[in-house]
Design a protein around this ligand. Structure first.
Ligand code: SF4
Length: 129
């Protein structure tokens, strides 16, 4: 069986928002995230299988304090990465860090209409730089 070219992974069930239509908001936040070492080991396996791209999503991937360590693990195993994010935790600082990598990511924002349907108690402003 051939290896997949790309793999989509949810690195966390946590999200800083609680969109009304999203099952993550109610069900996934209770689950524990895999530790950094488990993901790094997984990226080694994916690299050995010649996977080319890993898409990081959540929940919200930027809620992980070790996000850039995970990204380095992907790059170290000769893979590209992309991200799916709600964009609200992207600051000047982490934006610069994303662009510093040898392989800047493809980025996707899953904003769409979600500000309109967010629960009122969770509306947040974008993170300050
Ligand atoms: S931003 Fe995305 S992951 Fe977070 S609650 Fe909304 S739809 Fe779900």
């Amino acid at each position: 069986m051939a290896s997949p070219r790309s793999v989509d992974i949810s690195v966390t069930g946590r999200c800083n928002l609680k969109c009304g239509y999203c099952f993550y908001a109610d069900e996934m936040t209770e689950l524990a995230d895999l530790p950094t070492e488990r993901w790094l080991s997984f990226f080694e396996e994916l690299g050995a299988l010649a996977v080319q791209t890993v898409c990081l999503s959540g929940g919200e991937a930027f809620t992980r304090p070790d996000l850039f360590e995970l990204i380095d693990g992907i790059i170290d195993n000769r893979m590209r990465y992309s991200m799916l994010s709600n964009g609200t935790l992207i600051s000047e600082k982490n934006h610069r860090s994303l662009l510093k990598g040898e392989t800047p990511p493809e980025a996707g924002l899953h904003t769409g209409q979600h500000r309109r349907v967010m629960r009122r108690d969770t509306q947040q402003k974008p993170a300050a730089g």
